[in-house]
Design a protein around this ligand. Sequence first.
Ligand code: 0R9
Length: 657
Amino acid sequence: MAKAPDLFENHGAEKTAGYTAKDIEVLEGLEPVRRRPGMYIGGTDERALHHLAAEILDNAMDEAVAGFATRIEFELSLDDIVTVRDNGRGIPIDPHPKFKNKSALEVIMTTLHAGGKFGGKVYDTSGGLHGVGSSVVNALSEWLEVEVARERQNHVMRFERGKPAGKLKNTGSVNRRGTIVRFKPDAQIFGSEAHFSPAMLYRMAKSKAYLFRGVEIHWRCDPSLIRNGKTPADEILKFPGGLADFLRSEIEGETTVSPRLFLGRTENKDGKGAVEWAVAWAPERDGFMQSFCNTIPTPLGGTHEQGLRNALTKALRAYGERAGNKKTAQITPDDVMSAACAVLSVFIREPEFQGQTKEKLSTQDAQRLVETVVRDHFDHWLAESPAEADRLLSFVIDQADDRLKRRQERETQRKSATRKLRLPGKLTDCTRDAPGGTELFLVEGDSAGGSAKQARDRTTQAVLPLRGKILNVASAAAGKLAQNQELSDLLLALGCGAGSKYREEELRYERVIIMTDADVDGAHIASLLLTFFYREMPKLIENGHLFLAMPPLYRLSHAGKTLYARDDAHREQLLKTEFKANAKVEISRFKGLGEMMPGQLKETTMRPGQRTLIQVIAPSDARASTDRIVDDLMGKKPELRFKFIQENAQFAVDVDL
Ligand code: 0R9
């Protein structure tokens, strides 16, 4: 028979030509498998059930990959019966040297860990359920029949629940060669409700055909078992394009960064193993990586995947550096892989798997092998078409930029969360996190604080009540600032630091509004706060963040009409213009903000659009004169204040306080 096109030129032939039955290592009988199936196939659910079919298919694939079979048939019939046929050499049927009256076939079917796989003797690279072998399938099947066509003779043997149900029979001469395994999983193990899914088996068969272009898999399924329209009842699966065909079918219709896929494969030279890969970058979808070792899926990745990630990242970085792109250094493997659609297949000797389900490859050599081979090919791929390489590089750099931006956002969120924890207890914060559109009201005393709390818009307005007079920073010693409770609360609430440590970008509110009573005490507190901001946070004033609220001093009402007046002059104006000449207008004077009903406070002083705010400015070209006034009025020397009063007394008017 013509040998299958072989990834492992010669090796399969050399290694297996000298097979003798003693190559099968014999470890133990099958009783433990039936007693504790989970130990061998990871459970007894539907996933484990499918492992049985995968195992037999893998054994046929081993024979194909080794170059002795070209055709496999994979069939699902009624009653969950699976049949796998290969046109390989046929399982050896000569007597086993240790068990003189048993054939090799019987030994490998009835003894745990039988098969050359464990010594790596039968196949150079082998799949199989990571070596559990056909004996496990046999042990967990109600019945299993094997038919071996070898040296023009056909032989059959039947097993029931792992035990021979008769002798190996020669059923006469045949023209073909190969092995047929047919089995029905045991309902005593898997339950009567567990059934094979045609879609899963079809997908399994299809991926095997993609993974080894030297094989043709004939898929068949009883039509009455097919529930979805996607699974065919009969299909020949053969993909001469290998993984490239696989990737094309996976990303059909998607746009890719480069029209050229990155494809490659190597032959197995000097027994070092073979690698095949197909990669495309599709910006509009999430990337994926499907990897395999000896045609076995490795959904948890492992060393071979790491090799591919490293190779792609290193080659792209080297290309970027050569092109003088400064942003190249920030590229990480995640940036390269996040939109990469990749299929990777390796064939190696005696692979090692990790994890409970053995779905992760841990062979270190696989990483070296993949990294070296792929790096070399990718360097060439990039150099072949600089325009495409540049497009890919800038796409990956964009991914890196996005990643860094997301990290920055997360960092800001984290910071704001931890800063929130450190906020002063008496602050009633707004719910919005970002400063845009938010306001902090600095109010005089707890009772005004209570009214303001009820009057505010909780989303955007925060309230910090200040108890009593704050420290006069213009006359206090430098160290006092930090010790002053009211000021340290204010600093915490603002979040932006003071003096040389002021950081505008850390300011937690867009506007800071001083809202004190319309009386001398209120004016004093406002001037102390203004002094504090002017001295400690001049930038906050310069950048237009500081305001003074204008609470009304009077409430005028008559015949259902209510108006508010800011000061005496405003009161007189309203009396003249808004009420009839002799109307007995009821005039009440607010002694403080705390006296106002929250609704009144909201309407007159806090609600944007209705209120009046005075923006505090300190023009930088008037810095010297502003400095002097602040010094005169608030500084340490009372004589300067006295002088100011003398000079300005002429402007003072008598007011009724
Ligand atoms: C239908 C599923 N196919 C198989 O399970 C299958 C196993 C198998 C096989 C050999 C050939 N074809 C096979 N199909 C084989 C033959 C020879 C040497 N090695 C392997 C030979 O003729 O010299 N075997 C898998 C394991 C073993 N055979 C054994 F050697 F361990 F028995």
